[in-house]
Design a protein around this ligand. Structure first.
Ligand SMILES: Cc1cc2nc3c(=O)[nH]c(=O)nc-3n(C[C@H](O)[C@H](O)[C@H](O)COP(=O)(O)OP(=O)(O)OC[C@H]3O[C@@H](n4cnc5c(N)ncnc54)[C@H](O)[C@@H]3O)c2cc1C
Ligand code: SF4
Ligand code: SF4
Length: 392
């Protein structure tokens, strides 16, 4: 796919050339030309003074249909228990559905799923439940086919899922089957009520820019969202409907077979679930100094996190990394020790309720997001904290 350049209108002014973020445009013999790789971003179209560039034909090829209504959340489960991210998404989904004046649906696949009532308590008006041994464990192909079929049948306008290992893997298949757009790994969702558009925000260009993406021409609009970005809200008196959907095993088949499920060995640290996290960065200086943070974490009942530098240096395993390419966390208390506060680190922890930063550089960016900042040497500050906590 590419944009169209009307050579009758193009006068070779060259304004479009620097506008292309991918350097795909050049002017040869007074006419603009585009090379392979165009993403249809529209940047060149916006700057052309002669209206010679158009991407309209392609963008409007498949207009969004008004028959799509409703917001859906894919409620992921493991071992019959609904995952926390599903409840977080339902609370956001409720907000989106209320803003649009529509219903919120939850879709759950599994076997003997225990918590379907909780899906209603957390905001769902309807729960579409496919309860069958075939879907007990996460299986990309079966899940994708089943979800695509339900979406085609009920036509929601938005469908969101957690950016978990499963969500990242099977949701793009669903989007491809339905020939619609998907924004992966969002850190924020909002709504353009007038145009019924889901505003999907995620970091881009190495986390230095936050991009808000819309899917104008296709339905449903699909997004995966990182765990712990939204907070769960519960209302026990809510009423809703559980709709049991039969699994049509003759039609919904898979080319792959799940042989077994093995828990990841490196994933002992449940950072995502911790209420308190003590994290260390390059300021720790060497791997042995993580012992100091472990001691502080022990005194607080906290988990130990890390910026990327100690992980890259091999001081601590990847499972501890917080940030854009690590885990997104939202504890009640996050203590950052010797971490500068690079945007990629902040992307994973800045929604924490209380942030305490310990850093000897008063101009470190971490202080801009910190609730409490301690300017000082962590090797002096942390032992005092440990001592005080132990005494009290
Ligand atoms: C695509 C991409 C993805 C990335 N993903 C991540 C990610 O997921 N997570 C992440 O963390 N980073 C990530 N990064 C790296 C990020 O850009 C930073 O390089 C990294 O976060 C810096 O780690 P740091 O704060 O530990 O180190 P530095 O930036 O070097 O900061 C060390 C800090 O320690 C302070 N300090 C030093 N000694 C002491 C002391 N004795 N007492 C108190 N303070 C002290 C210094 O003043 C300094 O502020 C990513 C980068 C890219 C390009
Ligand atoms: S639409 Fe975007 S990617 Fe394509 S040529 Fe224009 S600026 Fe480049
Ligand atoms: S900005 Fe428009 S008129 Fe100028 S070179 Fe590009 S396509 Fe041609």
């Amino acid at each position: 796919m590419t944009i169209r350049i009307d050579t009758g209108k193009c006068d070779g002014c060259g304004s479009c050339v620097p506008a292309c973020p991918f350097g795909l445009l050049e002017v040869i013999a007074d006419k603009a030309r585009v090379e392979e790789g165009c993403t249809l971003c529209g940047a060149c179209e916006a700057v052309c003074p002669s209206s010679a560039i158009s991407s309209e034909e392609i963008v409007q090829a498949a207009p969004a249909s008004d028959e799509h209504r409703g917001v859906w959340v894919f409620a992921e489960q493991h071992g019959g228990r609904v995952k926390a991210v599903s409840y977080e998404l339902l609370s956001k989904g409720r907000e989106l559905a209320d803003a649009l004046g529509t219903e919120l649906g939850a879709v759950c696949f599994g076997h003997n799923v225990a918590d379907t009532d909780q899906l209603i308590a957390c905001g769902a008006d309807r729960v579409y439940l496919v309860d069958t041994p075939e879907l007990a464990d996460n299986q990309d192909e079966l899940y994708a086919r089943q979800l695509a079929e339900l979406i085609e049948r009920h036509k929601p306008e938005m469908v969101i899922a957690g950016a978990t290992a499963l969500g990242r893997s099977f949701f793009p298949r669903v989007a491809a089957m339905l020939k619609t757009g998907l924004t992966a790994d969002c850190t924020g969702l909002d709504i353009d009520i007038e145009n019924r558009l889901l505003l999907q925000t995620r970091p881009t260009f190495g986390g230095n820019v936050m991009a808000t993406i819309v899917c104008q021409a296709r339905r449903p609009q699909m997004a995966t969202v990182r765990p712990r970005v939204f907070k769960k809200s519960l209302s026990n008196g809510r009423q809703g409907q559980i709709i049991k959907v039969d699994f049509e095993r003759e039609r919904i088949t898979s080319r792959t077979k799940l042989l077994g499920f093995v828990e990841a060995l490196g994933e002992k640290v449940k950072l995502e679930d911790a209420d308190i996290i003590v994290s260390g960065g390059r300021g720790l200086g060497k791997p042995e100094n993580f012992k100091l943070l472990e001691e502080l974490a022990g005194a607080l009942g906290a988990a130990v996190g890390s910026s990327r530098v100690p992980v890259d240096e091999g001081w601590i395993p990847y499972a501890h990394q917080v940030g854009q390419t690590g885990k997104t966390v939202c504890p009640k208390l996050y203590i950052a020790c010797g971490i500068s506060g690079a945007v990629q680190h902040l992307a994973g922890m800045q929604t924490s309720d209380v942030i305490v930063a310990i850093n000897n550089d008063p101009s470190a960016p971490i202080f801009e997001v910190a609730t409490y900042g301690i300017i000082g040497d962590l090797f002096q500050v942390v032992p005092v904290m440990i001592d005080k906590l132990k005494r009290e």
